[in-house]
Design a protein around this ligand. Structure first.
Ligand code: SAH
Ligand code: SF4
Length: 366
């Protein structure tokens, strides 16, 4: 059967990916005045308006032109899971049917009812992940594709409409390796930080990487002082290579010099993320190289007791073991935090919600 003209239509591209200069060019190509670019940015990023026909101070012809060519939010929220701790995890479907997940960690509410702290969103940067860390649900189904700039930004606007509050802290710790999608990440970061855009300060943005040295070198050239977290999970090549294949491409002798450069350039401390996995990297003998590295880099360490993923063989250490590991670092005067994954009751570790859905879809289809 020949597809109808409607079925043949490509999804429209999203206007969210356009920065101010690109909107100026677009206005000129549409025969509109330059000041319309600023008005459009105001509707998109300040009013959070998601319909061109509601942008009432734009000429009707321009609204029509935009409507014909562009989409605004290029995804649809298809599932929201709320945990008892107040964390919301949601699954978004892209226009091509692909699914990604994001986690909203609400601001704490103080006793007097006032908000304290920030609303944090954990953003995905890719559909799946090519790096296949052995403990991670995102790596389990392999890599499908990069998210576009608009799909990265769309998660933020979707999160805000779920919690009816502004997101003011971002962590790129969802699905995917952000530095393997560098160009789209950088364009998204620019729009997030632009005062005409989301206007979130660089110090409230953290990019987490499993050690993508090439991407880190590019990020080093990026002018804005965003924060960097490294998924280290092992302070020796032996441990890292056992659980993170990326370490074969960029072992510690290539990773550490870039981290040193980062430390010299940035005013923020690097965070070394360290998942504690029973009998893999949780023995006290593993603290010594970690302490050495944290000292050398003047970095803080974030310990994360492993969050169990169905289908993977790893175990979470006991609380006593995690505590003893942390204590060794504290004794060595390393700044340590322990992150008991908020919302573990809603599959909070990265990639788990999508994995559950995919597995369910798989068994339906088979
Ligand atoms: N690819 C990037 C960012 C996404 S992963 C990176 O690896 O840094 C975000 C964080 O979730 C990483 O620190 C990752 O190691 C952690 N993570 C993945 N699976 C986990 C699990 N099962 N339990 C706890 N943390 C996990
Ligand atoms: Fe990819 Fe990060 Fe998961 Fe490793 S931990 S598979 S790099 S998302």
């Amino acid at each position: 059967m020949t597809p109808s003209p409607c079925e043949q239509m490509q999804p429209k591209s999203s206007i969210l990916a356009y920065n101010y200069d690109e909107l100026l060019e677009l206005m000129s190509s549409l025969g509109q005045k330059p000041f319309r670019a600023a008005q459009l940015m105001d509707w998109l990023w300040k009013q959070r308006c998601d319909k061109f026909d509601q942008m009432t101070n734009l000429p009707p012809k321009m609204r029509e032109q935009l409507e014909q060519r562009f989409d605004i939010i290029p995804l649809e929220v298809v599932e929201v899971n709320r945990s008892l701790g107040g964390t919301n995890k949601f699954l978004s479907q892209m226009r091509d049917g692909q699914l990604v997940e994001s986690v909203i960690i609400p601001a704490a509410v103080a006793q007097n009812g006032e908000r304290s702290g920030r609303v944090t969103l954990c953003v995905s940067s890719q559909v799946g992940c090519a790096f296949g860390c052995r403990f991670c649900a995102s790596g389990l189904l392999g890599f499908t594709r990069n998210l576009s700039t608009a799909e990265i930004l769309g998660q933020i606007l979707a999160a805000e409409s779920i919690v009816k509050a502004r997101v003011d802290n971002l962590v790129f710790m969802g699905m995917g390796e952000p530095l393997a999608n560098y160009d789209n990440l950088e364009q998204a970061l620019n729009l997030i930080m632009d005062h005409r855009g989301l206007n979130i300060g660089a110090r409230h943005i953290t990019v987490s990487t499993s050690g993508h040295v090439e991407g880190m070198k590019r990020l080093l050239q990026f002018e804005k002082p965003i924060r960097l977290a490294i998924s280290l999970h092992g302070a020796t090549d032996e441990v890292r290579s056992q659980i993170m294949p990326i370490n074969n491409k960029w072992p510690l002798d290539q990773l550490v010099p870039v981290l040193r450069d980062w430390t010299e350039k940035s005013k923020h401390m690097i965070t070394l993320e360290y998942i504690l996995i029973s009998e893999v990297n949780d023995g006290l003998e593993h603290t010594r190289p970690l302490i050495q590295l944290a000292r050398e880099l003047r970095a803080k360490v974030n310990l994360i007791p492993y969050n169990i993923v169905d289908g993977l063989e790893w175990c979470r250490p006991s609380e006593a073991q995690c505590g003893a590991f942390a204590q060794e670092l504290i004794n060595a005067r390393i700044a340590v935090t322990m992150r008991y994954e908020k919302g573990a009751d809603i599959d909070a570790a990265c990639g788990q919600l999508r994995l559950r859905r995919k597995t369910a879809e798989g068994s339906c289809n088979s």
